[in-house]
Ligand binder design. Structure first.
Ligand code: WT7
Length: 645
């Protein structure tokens, strides 16, 4: 990368950023060399405790067995709400912006406190206790945030399921963590379209006998069916309870939430995060990466159904007493100016979104951006997938008018908070690079034999020591946590990503090295889509890979072998696409289905995905070694019939 591609920190920004380059260096070194002193001091600054810890860090990282802030007592909801009441009861905590531009609502910290207390009391009244799991399946409305915080307040563990998941996917997640209560809405509205949330929940619950309580927010006027004794309207229930509810005293290592995410094998994993470490990482990263100052209006455009929404709509900003914008809609409704109109309307100062949204908007030209002012903006962020330099430049030049630094934040559901990212106003930027590690994060690149690569180079990205918001376990299956993250390279946390490090020590995330794909920022396991396809009675076998897509980043390419005698047709293709949407969710729909009478397999029967990936990407001139294939002629057939032309 040539030096002309470096965007040095602009001196004006540097003059009011929280720290400078030397400050970052000093804090970073302390965080790595003396993590206990560093994190102890940060915990005192960022969190309020009911009882102090006896030891900052203990346990064995290599066994995924760590404990942060042993014996400390606190409550995450209290930290995000009650703690702020003395100084900021009248400050806006949440700005809700509805799907319809005519709908918006400011919610103060006082309002938030009362709403959360009421819902917490409803949960208690309906038998939810500390340690119980609660499924939240909601549109992007304030009640989604209330629901998360109400769970945290009484010590229940929330499991938010993204509103785009199908009934089957909801059912799997409810059963896996044995959620006995659900909080949902009758319907959701996104981009002018209605989403049948309560219907989906009802379908899911047909196979979830343990669920005894469903609380339903009335988002639209639509009637929905209610099961007597099990279902209640949110508005009726909160009317009948007190608006005060003491926050439960929780241990630092008590679980805060479970969030399901896809891996390369098996069913989605319930990633479990605990209270103190998670909250501290969310808060400190929100402050330093986004150079958060009092008075900022912070907007993370993610959905609370993903970890980005957990950490940067809810826990990070609210823990810091910020104003956080909750957006119900989509970037292109009613038109392609929507993001920028919302920024003007609410005077957003910090905006955090995904490359896929930027690429989609970029393809619609500059006019929808330039029709708005965006003068309030001082900082931009990117998350979820590598941002290609073209999209970065567009974001920087057109959206930010060369005034706003871009923080490209690399992290994962499992890491809880950003791990590699610039600090706004501190780090010089290179388009496409997530730059340098955050406090407490010590990355390394390993070669195929597990040796550490020093200096510039490329390898598998691992983290070498514990950080406060690291995954604690996979719910109900600790061995799976150890096997997935701590076994490939003993002693290290393996991210599943590969990366390059340049001469300046900057990291460039290349992408997943496992069978996980990233479609429009949604993480999908190819194995999950394959399992869905083979459930269809006409499908004998399926192999799914990702292929490059201009807007989505990656798209889904499915090779499908039909049962003997089943006729190939476009109608069947459509049927299979709809079938996957029904099994997982619309966002997992294959973009291309190629009927494949044979798949490239080794003599031991293993599908050679490397070859399938190349055919899907149209890179067929260099397929590599195919001599181990049981039947090499299969490959020519697949190439002749490929669909991505
Ligand atoms: C995977 C994690 C981070 C929260 C949202 C996604 C990819 C994420 C970046 C980035 C390049 C990125 C990685 C990672 N990823 N951020 N800034 N640059 N790649 O969380 O669903 O758990 O997905 O997203 O491949 O492993 P997730």
């Amino acid at each position: 990368m040539s030096q002309s591609h470096v965007y040095p920190v602009n001196p004006e920004q540097a003059s009011h950023s929280l720290i400078d380059k030397a400050g970052y260096q000093r804090m970073y070194e302390q965080s790595i060399n003396d993590p206990e002193t560093f994190w102890g001091e940060q915990a005192e600054q960022f969190l309020g405790f009911f009882q102090p810890w006896s030891k900052v860090l203990s346990g064995d990282f290599s066994k995924a067995d760590v404990s942060w802030f042993k014996d400390a007592k606190l409550n995450a909801c209290w930290n995000c709400v009650d703690r702020h009441l003395p100084q900021r009861a009248d400050q806006t905590a949440l700005i809700w912006e509805g799907d319809d531009p005519a709908d918006s609502l400011p919610i103060t910290y006082r309002d938030l406190h009362l709403a959360v207390c009421r819902l917490a009391n409803v949960l208690k009244q309906r038998g939810v206790k500390k340690g119980d799991r609660v499924c939240i399946y909601m549109p992007m409305i304030p009640e989604a945030v209330y629901a998360m915080l109400a769970c945290a307040r009484i010590g229940a563990i929330h499991s938010v399921v993204f509103g785009g998941f199908s009934p089957d996917a909801i059912k799997d997640r409810i059963l896996d963590s044995d959620c006995q209560s659900v909080i949902t809405a009758n319907q959701g509205i996104r981009g002018g379209k209605v989403i049948a949330l309560k219907d989906n929940v009802d379908k899911a619950l047909a196979n979830c006998p343990n669920v005894h309580s469903v609380i339903v927010v009335k988002r639209t006027n639509a009637e929905v069916s209610f099961k007597q004794g099990r279902d209640v309207w949110y508005h009726d229930a909160i009317d009948q309870v007190d608006d005060q509810c003491a926050a439960e005293v929780m241990d630092a290592e008590d679980p805060l939430f479970i969030l399901y995410t896809s891996g390369s094998t098996g069913k989605p994993k319930g990633v479990l995060h605990t209270t103190a470490g998670y909250l501290l990482s969310a808060a400190i990263s929100h402050k330093y990466i986004f150079d958060y100052h009092e008075g900022d209006v912070f907007w993370c455009s993610a959905d609370v159904g993903w970890v980005t929404g957990h950490s940067y709509i809810v826990y990070g900003p609210l823990c810091n007493g910020a104003t956080s914008l909750v957006f119900e809609g989509v970037p292109t409704y009613p038109d392609a100016s929507r993001f920028w109109q919302v920024i003007d309307k609410h005077q957003v100062t910090i905006f955090y979104t995904a490359p896929t949204a930027l690429r989609a908007l970029m393809s619609m030209g500059n006019e929808p951006v330039q029709a708005t002012s965006r003068q309030s903006l001082r900082l931009l962020g990117s998350v979820g997938e590598p941002i290609n330099p073209e999209a970065w430049e567009w974001y920087y030049n057109v959206v930010g008018e060369q005034r706003c630094p871009i923080v490209d934040t690399w992290w994962q559901t499992e890491t809880g908070a950003s791990m590699i990212s610039p600090l706004a106003g501190v780090t010089d930027l290179k388009p496409g690079s997530a730059t340098l590690p955050f406090f407490g994060v010590k990355p390394e690149l390993l070669d195929a034999d597990g040796n550490i690569i020093t200096g510039a180079g490329k390898g598998n990205l691992v983290i070498t020591q514990s950080w406060p918001s690291q995954i604690r376990t996979v719910f109900g299956d600790h061995q799976r946590c150890v096997d997935t993250y701590f076994t490939a390279y003993p002693g290290y946390y393996f991210t599943g990503d590969s990366a390059r490090r340049d001469e300046d020590g900057y990291y460039w995330i290349i992408g997943r090295v496992d069978d996980v794909i990233n479609v429009s920022g949604h993480r999908l396991g190819t194995a999950e889509i394959e399992s869905a396809l083979v459930l269809h009675p006409k499908v004998a076998e399926a192999a799914v890979v990702g292929f490059p897509h201009d807007i989505k980043g990656q798209a889904v390419y499915a090779y499908v072998t039909l049962m003997l005698g089943v006729e190939e047709s476009d109608a069947l293709r459509k049927e299979l696409v709809a079938f996957v949407a029904g099994e997982i969710g619309a966002f997992a729909r294959p973009d291309i289905i190629q009927f494949a009478p044979g798949l490239p397999k080794t003599r031991s029967g293993k599908i050679m995905r490397r070859i399938l990936r190349k055919i899907a990407a149209n890179e067929t001139d260099n397929l590599g070694d195919t001599s181990t294939l049981a039947d090499p002629s299969v490959v020519e057939q697949l190439i002749a019939n490929r669909h991505n032309r």
